[in-house]
Design a protein around this ligand. Sequence first.
Ligand code: COA
Length: 313
Amino acid sequence: MSEGAGGLVLGRLGPEGRDEGARLIHAALRAWYGQHLNQPERFGAAWEPFRIFPEEYAALDPGGALTARDARTGQLVGLCFYHPRPSHFSVGIVATAPEAGGRGVARAMVEAVLALADAADLPVRLVSSLMNLDSFSLYTRLGFVPGAIFQDLQFPEGAGLPPAAVGEGSLRAAEAGDLEELAALERELTGLERGQDLAFLLGNASGCWGCLVLRAPGGELVGYLGCFQSGETRMLGPGLMRDEGAALALLGAQLSAPGWGRAVFLVPSRSAGLVAALYGAGARNVELHVAQVRGRGREVGGVVIPTFLPESG
Ligand SMILES: CC(C)(COP(=O)(O)OP(=O)(O)OC[C@H]1O[C@@H](n2cnc3c(N)ncnc32)[C@H](O)[C@@H]1OP(=O)(O)O)[C@@H](O)C(=O)NCCC(=O)NCCS
């Protein structure tokens, strides 16, 4: 623990703090989207579903949740998840208690992650909402540079779905033996080392995860798409495909599975053909996100489908 400026004590979230952390994430999102976007109901009334973040992240990156507490009262006022990888660090969810906003809480936590990344001489990556001027400002003031834009898309009730046709390839659930090829695809197209995340995804220790792989007729891996389900929460991603056709096939297959039709998913805005096909099938934009990098970054190839669980790309 360390006491920083502004009467904050930085520490780490232990198992006993997971409910407190889930309550904080829920309260922060609910307050911010209610106040700024008039969408107080967007994240639901219950905080319990938000337990998945501290729980899944404790399993993926033990100790990777920074806390900020009020030095006087001990109240949890901030939470920031991060993910150290051999090629980079990722910053995940950053949340400040609504009553502590604008006091530098988020800045103090993100600066602590940046210091760890600097010590390891690694770039830092994140995906942030383009509809949230506070987080956009927070990150760009700390030296992050915005890059690819992503559209959060959803098929409204009864709006149809993208075609589930796979073309000439073969699609199946990923198996443990696919791990090396998935990691190699990631390395080739994005330059990132995400073997830890892919092993976590395929290992599926919590029973919440799934992953589809698509192969060309010759057997070459052309893409994968992960998914997460817990209670009513369903998310697509992470995913990576060689081209837009592979992305459409994998998204179509996952969205056509029973119960998955209304899952929100992110696609790169510059994948214009993919976006047009999804619009044509009835998808609607629900939010915009942007990838940001502090330090070395390279143009990524293929089609990246980011997600918030795990947000380590
Ligand atoms: C986004 C969020 C984490 C910010 O937390 P916070 O503790 O209030 O932020 P801080 O006070 O540390 O820092 C905000 C920074 O943005 C700056 N800022 C805010 N609005 C700005 C604007 N319009 N233009 C320029 N800078 C701006 C502030 O000046 C401050 O920078 P500084 O420290 O250099 O002065 C908080 O609003 C939150 O929890 N939101 C809901 C959850 C969420 O959306 N999280 C984001 C990613 S998952």
